[in-house]
Design a binder for this molecule. Sequence first.
Ligand SMILES: Nc1ncnc2c1ncn2[C@@H]1O[C@H](COP(=O)(O)OP(=O)(O)OP(=O)(O)O)[C@@H](O)[C@H]1O
Length: 348
Amino acid sequence: MRLSVQGIVKRFGATTALGGVDLDLAEGEFLTILGPSGSGKTTLLKVVAGFEAPDAGRVRLGEEDVTEVSPRQRDVGMVFQNYALFPHLTVAQNVAFPLEMRRRPKPEIAKRVTEALALVELGALSGRLPRQLSGGQQQRVALARAVVFGPRLLLLDEPFGALDRKLREGLQLEVRRLQRRLGLTTLFITHDQEEALVMSDRIAVMNHGRLDQVGAPAEVYARPATRFVADFLGESNLLEGEARGDAVAVPGFGPVPVACPPGPATLLLRPEALRLDAKAAGLDCRATGRVVETIFLGLSAKLRIRVEGGPEVLARVPLRPSTPPPAGEGATVALGFAAEDVHVVPRG
Ligand SMILES: Nc1ncnc2c1ncn2[C@@H]1O[C@H](COP(=O)(O)OP(=O)(O)OP(=O)(O)O)[C@@H](O)[C@H]1O
């Protein structure tokens, strides 16, 4: 179902946790709120779930204004980081709980629990207690419990936070498949930018209680709307320069031919767009630099380079068996980039 959040303000004493948040989710959309610790992500989720009342603004589900509606009546499924399963209930009893609360008939409960457990492939463990399950299995039970009653909306607050990397990646794909299959509108919270890029239809980047940008992952990555977004999402070189209309003068690199209103300017250059094969065609800007550090990452290497007469930059170069190893510390390198790979970060 559609979710619409308008003008949400939430204060805790002198702290403004949410400073006017507007957000719309289309039916079946998976939207991730991405932001650093303390930026207001959980508070927004609590307002949507009904656990916190906003000081201003409205929350709508479909056509219904639910701002004053109790959490129970909102029919929202939720999964949190620390699996809040009932320890004394079996897997099946945990999943049945939301249906018992809604006083559904016994045969319907049995049928739905079986279906929900099959969805997360835990049918065989239905008689176990939570403490007899792994962390990943417990989160899948929590997920089954969140969707078993056919919620209007699914809220996920860092559900993989406590899991190791491999398990997390498996569950990310599983959640996404399940969400697509059920066509569930989903609001997901994470501070992990990679997770946000992998999972989302759209990402909303939160900065001090406000959304700096809402857009598709590729859009937010390539064309960040603010300096904060450019810095927070992915690795970045933020080159400071002086714009003269048709070019921005960047120390060490010279004029970068991009359109930008006169004045101080910030250019975003992703590490993978910085080329160390200086003979490559189509490079508009070139510089010389000294390698400060080389980090081997398997498929690629990351180099920190001090540009002569300019800033320190980060380059990421792909590694293939046929290419020579990347330049080591202390080496002098020629580097460059194409103007079309540069994004002018809007001011303000
Ligand atoms: N119940 C509360 N009482 C007072 N201040 C609160 C309360 N809940 C949240 N805050 C404050 O509101 C701000 C936003 O907190 P919130 O938990 O929403 O951030 P978050 O982005 O979810 O952070 P994290 O990723 O660490 O969970 C913080 O400054 C926090 O200290």
